[in-house]
Design a protein around this ligand. Structure first.
Ligand code: AHM
Ligand code: MG
Length: 336
C-alpha cells in the first residue's frame, strides 16, 4: 500500500530523472516552496483564533510581533528562499520593487515571482485563499538579478503553481510536463500526490465572473456572458452554472478540475482589469495550457504579453479553450 504514496519530494525527484542534465537545484527550489506553503498553511488555520486566543499580541518564532497574514506569507516566502543560493532575484505582489537575494551563498540561476496570499480579504470570513508562484531562468548573466529577470513573458516560464488553503491544503504545479496536484496530510506534514496529470474536462460546468459589475462591462463581455447563460438566440447553448468565490486560486482550482471559465474582464472602472500579469495571470495561464486549456486577455494569449512593469494589471479569461476563444470572438466583434 505504501508504495502507492507519492510525496511531493519523491514526485519532484522522479520528474528530475527525466532531465539528464538537471542538477537538482530546481527540485530543491520546488521543495523550498512546498515547505513555505506548509508554514503559511499552518498559520492560516489559526487565523480565526487570533482574537480569542490572543495570538495577535504574541510574538512569532523570530521574536517579532505577529503580523497580518499576507505580510506573514510574504515574509515566509522571502525567508525560505533568500539564503539558498538557488535564486538570482524575487518579486512579490506585496512589494513594490524587486527583492534582491542575499549573495552570501552566491546567487543562482532561477527567478521566483509570487503572490504570497491572494484573496487575503477573504480570511476574515473563513473563505479559501491561495499562494501563486512562478519560476523563470535568469536573463542577467551573473551577480544579483535585475528587474528584467522578473519581466519575462509567460512563454519563458520554467514552472508555475499555486497552493490553495481550503477545506484541505492543495499544491498544484507544472514544470512543463503536465499538471500535478498534491494534498497536504496534516499529521504527516507531507504533500501527497492526489491529482496526477490534471486535464481540464472537455465538458465545462461553470463560469465565474463578478456579475455585480455588469453595468461597467463592455458590450463584448456582456454578450459573451449572455451566451454562457444560453441567452444568445442565434447560438443557444445549455447554460453553465455560475460560481464566484472572489478568491482567484479557489475559483481557478474548481474550474480546472470541473471545467469552465474564469473571467476578470477590463471594464469602465478598471480599463486594464484587476489581476496582475506577473503574479497571477501568467502562472495560471501556464498551468491552464499544460492542462489542455487556454488563457487570454480577451484579445491575445496571456503568455505572449511582454510585461512592462512588475505590478501591471491585465484582463483575464481562463479555462476551457473553446470558451476562452469564444470570449475573444465576442470582444473582437463587439468592442473594436
Ligand atoms: P488581491 O490580490 O488584492 O487579493 O485581489 C485579488 C482577488 C482575487 O483573488 C479575486 O479573483 C479578485 O480579487 C476578486 O475581485 P472582485 O472582488 O473585484 O470580484
Ligand atoms: Mg493577488
Amino acid at each position: 500500500m505504501y508504495d502507492q504514496i507519492i510525496t511531493i519530494e519523491r514526485h519532484i525527484i522522479e520528474q528530475q530523472r527525466s532531465y539528464p542534465e538537471a542538477t537538482g537545484v530546481f527540485s530543491a527550489l520546488m521543495y523550498d516552496i512546498a515547505l513555505a506553503a506548509k508554514i503559511i498553511a499552518r498559520e492560516i488555520l489559526r487565523a480565526g483564533l487570533a482574537d480569542i486566543l490572543g495570538v495577535a499580541g504574541k510574538v512569532n518564532i523570530q521574536g517579532e510581533p505577529q503580523m497580518k497574514l499576507d505580510v506573514f506569507a510574504h515574509e515566509t516566502m522571502v525567508r525560505m528562499n533568500s539564503f539558498t543560493g538557488r535564486l538570482a532575484v524575487m518579486a512579490s505582489e506585496e512589494e513594490e520593487e524587486i527583492i534582491p537575494v542575499s549573495d552570501e551563498y552566491g546567487t543562482g540561476k532561477y527567478v521566483l515571482v509570487f503572490d504570497p496570499l491572494d484573496g487575503s480579504s477573504n480570511i476574515d470570513v473563513a473563505v479559501s485563499v491561495g499562494t501563486i508562484f512562478a519560476i523563470y531562468r535568469r536573463l542577467s548573466p551573473k551577480g544579483p538579478g535585475v528587474l528584467e529577470d522578473c519581466l519575462q513573458s509567460g512563454r519563458y516560464l520554467v514552472a508555475a503553481g499555486y497552493v490553495l488553503y481550503g477545506s484541505s491544503t492543495v499544491m498544484v504545479y507544472t514544470a512543463g510536463r503536465g499538471v500535478h496536484g498534491f494534498t497536504l496530510e496534516p499529521s504527516l506534514g507531507e504533500f501527497l500526490l492526489s491529482h496526477p496529470n490534471i486535464r481540464i474536462p472537455t465538458r465545462p460546468k461553470y463560469y465565474s465572473i463578478n456579475q455585480g459589475y455588469q453595468e461597467y462591462w463592455s458590450e463584448g463581455t456582456r454578450q459573451f456572458t449572455g451566451w454562457l447563460q444560453g441567452l444568445d438566440r442565434d447560438d443557444p447553448r445549455e447554460p453553465l452554472s455560475v460560481r464566484y468565490i472572489g478568491s482567484l486560486v479557489a475559483d481557478f482550482h474548481r474550474n480546472l478540475l470541473a471545467g469552465g471559465i474564469f473571467c476578470y474582464p477590463a471594464d469602465s472602472r478598471k480599463p486594464r482589469g484587476k489581476l496582475r500579469l506577473v503574479y497571477e495571470a501568467n502562472p495560471l495561464a501556464f498551468i491552464t495550457e499544460q492542462a489542455g486549456g487556454y488563457a487570454s486577455t480577451g484579445r491575445c494569449n496571456i503568455l505572449d504579453v511582454q510585461p512592462e512593469s512588475l505590478h501591471q494589471r491585465t484582463p483575464l479569461f481562463i479555462g476551457n479553450r473553446e470558451l476562452v476563444e469564444r470570449a475573444e470572438e465576442f470582444i473582437h466583434s463587439c468592442d473594436e
